[in-house]
Design a binder for this molecule. Structure first.
Ligand code: ADP
Ligand code: MG
Length: 627
């Protein structure tokens, strides 16, 4: 008996012992090898008359035998000579094996290999003995290779008519934990072929026994027929113009278990630094668990039509995690013997290319079918905004053109581009206002002046919105500005002068009010922005009142801990102001009460909690009952 080379031995042991969850992939590996062998002979047949086979003659055959506990996989491909059996099945003497050995101390890494294909040796996950009977094309002799696992293998002469390879797996006996019978079951095998090898280009056949009702009788009989298990032509390999919308939709629904048609289909063939076919879908509706941590993003990954990974997360950036679909690339090998790092580089190239593609297609949708895009935005806009926020600006170029907000001017969703294109000549900033609903934002006192000046305001109603804009900082060099910020700078020189004078004249009143409110506010000032409302609260510094609200609502934050720097603004032209002035002269106790009532009112307008609702109500009632 010949021993396996050292690396092979180690690998074999690891494979058999560590990759249990994925042991079914042995079938995919053996079928892929058979398909490769047929490919080789097929190409040979194009130039070599002596092959004597045409394309239709090639096939892969599966034969489960429950009695003998064997599963046989036969192909009429190129076959292997004695030397090839030795070299190909007796060694894994490839560059990958070395780095593989070094890098694979942890269980996780072993799992990665399982997902990327483990080649011929994976047969030992389900078989206690593997026999390979092969005859190389053009050779007069056949050979039988067999091995019971890590110990080694034997090669002896054998008989075989045609060129090709027959692999006989002696399926392991069941143990208490593991049942291997499934690999002898025709339905299970048929499912596995459908799942992993549906798009292999040659027919994969098996004798299937089905019971069928006899004609003109109520009796049933068992009929055994050779069935082809795979469909052979991947939809994504076809040209776009050969595929109907219905076909795309059906494919999506059956493959990705959705009952609704997709909103968008992206079918692309890309060549260049990354060569791949991709068929991607944007679902019509966010899955129920989409915004939860249970949701798993990822695309199916195929290597030349063979499934190698079901949810490859690395192919999709988080901001596009809603995309379903698959990628098929020839650049990826099924085999672990390739450098794993190389896999990663290829994957990254594909991922980057996909990211651009998805963005381009979404932009196209935005430009060509606004209604559909808005449907998309309702479902997944939140994710795009999170993407902007979480990338700390890194995703700016990728995502900023895809974002929509409600506009005060248009009363509908607009893009940042549209906003900027409408900006007035003297307008330097992109204004926005926050609140829990459009109606509430519209009534914010702080929006009055900005609107009166004729500036458009973006209404932000989701918790992530302002964080997202803060991260963007600017769009086409125009800074984002919350209308509740302290320094809006909207007044003319005259207005500035007038309000300076008013402030000067009422200096004592303002500082009295500040004193009585204590550290609830940083300052009380005369407002430049109020028109019809008597008071409002604005904030100074980077943290807005809306952000304060969101941060305090987070489960991690201790409620109430985070505070924006608040400024109470008073409307000089409002009757309330003259009452305050008078009281400052006549009744400072009452003025204190008023200050507090006004402050609480400003909080209410802003949608912020009043610190002591009972005290507030009592004060208001006292005022009402006064003569
Ligand atoms: P890979 O397929 O990535 O090369 P495997 O471990 O799956 O790695 O197979 C090792 C080699 O054994 C193949 O490259 C091929 O040369 C040979 N081989 C395996 N199965 C067959 C087959 N059915 N017919 C011909 N050659 C085969
Ligand atoms: Mg292989």
């Amino acid at each position: 008996m010949k021993e396996f080379k050292a690396e092979s031995k180690r690998l074999l042991e690891m494979m058999i012992n560590s990759i249990y969850t994925h042991r079914e992939i042995f079938l995919r590996e053996l079928i892929s090898n058979a398909s490769d062998a047929i490919d080789k002979l097929y190409f040979r047949s194009l130039t070599d008359q002596t092959v004597g086979l045409s394309r239709e003659d090639f096939r892969i055959h599966l034969t489960p035998d429950k009695e003998a506990r064997t599963l046989t996989i036969t192909d009429n491909g190129i076959g292997m000579s004695k030397e090839e059996l030795e070299n190909n099945l007796g060694t894994i003497a490839r560059s990958g094996s070395l780095s593989f050995k070094k890098e694979n101390d942890t269980g996780d890494d072993v799992n990665i290999i399982g997902q990327f294909g483990v080649g011929f040796y994976s047969a030992f996950m389900v078989a206690k003995e593997v026999e390979v009977i092969s005859k190389a094309f053009g050779s007069g002799e056949a050979w039988r290779w067999n091995s019971t696992g890590a110990e080694g293998y034997d090669i002896v002469p054998a008989q075989r008519e045609q060129a090709g390879t027959t692999i006989i797996l002696h399926i392991k006996d069941n143990t208490e934990e593991d049942n291997y019978d499934e690999f002898l079951d025709q339905y299970r095998l048929s499912d596995l072929v459908k799942r992993y090898s549906d798009y292999i280009r040659y027919p994969i056949q098996m004798e299937m026994s089905r019971s069928r009702k006899k004609e003109d009788s109520d009796e049933y009989e068992t009929v055994t027929e050779t069935e082809t298990l795979n469909t052979m032509i991947p939809l994504w390999r076809k040209n776009k113009n050969e595929v109907t919308t219905e076909e795309y939709n059906e494919f999506y629904k059956s493959k990705f278990m959705d009952y609704e048609d997709p909103l968008l289909v992206i079918h692309t063939k890309t060549e260049g630094t990354a060569t791949y076919d991709a068929l991607l879908f944007v679902p019509g509706r966010a899955p129920y668990d989409y915004y939860s941590k249970d949701y798993e993003k990822g695309l199916q990954l195929y290597s030349s039509g063979v499934l190698i990974m079901d949810k490859c997360a690395d192919l999709l950036p988080d901001c596009f995690s809603f995309v379903r679909g698959l990628v098929d690339s020839q650049d990826l090998s099924l085999n672990i013997s390739r450098e794993m790092l190389q896999h990663d580089r290829q994957l990254r190239l594909i991922a980057r290319s996909l990211e651009k593609k998805i963005k381009a297609e979404l932009l196209k949708l935005l430009q060509n079918d606004r209604e559909k895009y808005e449907t998309f935005w309702k479902q997944f806009g939140r994710q795009i905004k999170f993407g902007l926020y979480e990338g700390f600006g890194a995703n700016k170029d990728l995502l900023q053109d895809l974002v929509l907000f409600h506009s005060s001017a248009e009363n509908k969703l607009v893009t940042l581009e549209e906003y900027v294109s409408r900006m007035k000549e003297d307008q330097k900033q992109i204004f926005y206002a926050c609140g829990e609903s459009i109606a509430r934002v519209e009534h914010l006192p702080q929006t009055e002046l900005v609107r009166e000046k004729g500036y458009e305001i973006l209404y932000l109603t989701e918790d992530v919105d302002e964080f997202c804009l803060k991260m963007l900082h600017s769009f086409q060099d125009k800074e984002f500005k919350n209308v509740s910020d302290g320094d809006l700078n909207l007044e003319s020189e005259e207005e500035k002068k007038a309000s300076q004078q008013q402030t000067e004249e009422n200096k004592d009143l303002l500082s009295f009010l500040k004193e009585s409110l204590g550290d609830k506010v940083k300052e009380v000032r005369i407002s430049h922005r109020l028109k019809t409302n008597p008071v409002c609260i604005t904030s100074e510094g980077g943290l807005s009142l809306e952000m304060e609200k969101v941060l305090n609502a987070m489960p991690s934050g201790e409620a109430g801990k985070i505070k924006a720097e608040r400024v109470l603004e008073l409307n000089y032209d409002h009757p309330v102001f003259s009452v305050l002035s008078k009281l400052y002269e006549s009744d400072q106790e009452k003025l204190k009460d008023y200050a507090e009532v006004l402050y609480d009112q400003a909080l209410l307008i802003e949608g912020l909690p009043v610190e002591d609702p009972v005290a507030y109500t009592n004060k208001v009632c006292r005022l009402i009952s006064e003569k």
